[in-house]
Design a protein around this ligand. Structure first.
Ligand code: PAF
Length: 280
C-alpha cells in the first residue's frame, strides 16, 4: 500500500492507475472504524484499484467545532487500510490542500438549509469544496460515502449532478454496534455512561419508523415521540430531531412517500448524528 503526501504525485499516480483499470475512492477524515472499512470494501467490489484519503478538513469545522480535538491516529489508520487491501492512501497536510492565498469554494444551495446545515453554518461548503478538490486530484470512477451522513450524501450527489463530475456516487448503509449505535469517529469522546445512554438514538429512530409504518402521518407527533424518548437519557442534549422529504431535505408537516428521519444529539462533547429513511 502506497502513501502519497502531495497533490502532484497523487495526480500522476492516478493518471497511471486509470490506464490500468477502474478507480474507486473513499474520502475520510481518518480515525477509522468498521464503518469506513465497509466503504473501502464496497469500493473494492466495484473497482480494480482503491484510493482512500485521510485528511481532517479544517474548512468544514466551525469556530466552536472540534477541529483541534478531532481524533487523529494515522499509524492505526494505515494498518487498518492495509488490512482491507487499500492500494493508495492520500494523506496531504493542510498547507498542501489550502495554501495561504486559497480563495475558491463550492456551495450547494437549498439542500444545505436545514438539519446539520442549519446547526453548522459553512459546514457543507467546506465538505463540497474539499470533495471537489479530492475528485480533481484522485479522478475516481466511483466514490463511496456512508448513509450515516445522510445530508452529506444528498449534497454530494446533487453537486456531482449539477457540476457534471464523471463520478458514480455509491452510498453504503450505516454500520452499527451490536446495540444499534451508529459507528462514528466521534464515539471515542463518549464516557462509559454517555456511551450506554447513546443507544437511545437508534431506539428513537426505530420508534419513529414504527409509528410511520403503522399509519401516523403527523410529523409533529412523530418528532415529539422521538424527543420524549431521547430525553429519557439524562445526558442527551438535543440539537435537532427532524423529518424531511428526500428530494429537497425540507421539513414536512404531513408524512407522504419517502422521508428522512434525522437527528443530532450531544452527549457531553460528542455531537452524534443518525438517521433512517422511511417510506410512509
Ligand atoms: O464524511 C467525512 O468524513 C468528511 O465529511 C469527508 C467526506 C471526508 C470530507 O472531509
Amino acid at each position: 500500500m502506497k502513501v502519497v503526501r502531495t497533490i502532484g504525485e497523487m495526480q500522476r499516480l492516478t493518471t497511471r492507475l486509470r490506464q490500468e483499470g477502474s478507480l474507486g475512492f473513499v474520502p475520510t477524515m481518518g480515525a477509522l472504524h468498521e464503518g469506513h472499512l465497509e466503504l473501502v470494501r464496497a469500493a473494492k467490489r466495484r473497482c480494480d484499484r482503491v484510493v482512500v484519503s485521510v485528511f481532517v478538513n479544517p474548512i468544514q469545522f466551525g469556530p466552536k467545532d472540534d477541529y483541534h480535538a478531532y481524533p487523529r491516529d494515522f499509524k492505526r489508520d494505515r494498518l487498518l487500510l492495509a488490512r482491507v487491501a487499500t492500494d493508495v492512501v492520500f494523506y496531504p497536510d493542510v498547507r498542501e490542500m489550502y495554501p495561504d492565498d486559497y480563495a475558491t469554494y463550492v456551495e450547494v444551495e437549498g439542500l444545505t438549509k436545514y438539519l446539520c446545515g442549519r446547526s453548522r453554518p459553512g459546514h457543507f461548503r467546506g465538505v463540497t469544496t474539499v470533495v471537489t478538490k479530492l475528485f480533481n486530484i484522485v479522478k475516481p470512477d466511483v466514490a463511496v460515502f456512508g448513509q450515516k451522513d445522510a445530508q452529506q450524501a444528498f449534497v454530494i450527489k446533487r453537486m456531482v449532478r449539477d457540476l457534471n463530475f464523471p463520478v458514480d456516487i455509491v452510498i453504503v448503509p450505516t454500520v452499527r454496534e451490536p446495540d444499534g449505535l451508529a459507528m462514528s469517529s466521534r464515539n471515542v469522546y463518549l464516557t462509559q455512561e454517555e456511551r450506554r445512554q447513546a443507544t437511545v438514538l437508534y431506539q428513537s429512530l426505530r420508534e419513529g419508523e414504527a409509528m410511520i409504518k403503522s399509519g401516523e402521518r403527523d410529523a409533529r407527533r412523530v418528532k415529539q415521540a422521538l424527543r420524549r424518548l431521547i430525553r429519557t437519557a439524562p445526558l442527551a442534549q438535543i440539537d435537532y430531531v427532524e423529518i424531511v422529504d428526500t428530494s429537497r431535505l425540507h421539513p414536512v408537516k404531513t408524512i407522504k412517500g419517502e422521508v428522512l428521519i434525522a437527528l443530532a444529539v450531544y452527549f457531553g462533547r460528542a455531537r452524534l448524528i443518525d438517521n433512517l429513511i422511511v417510506r410512509g
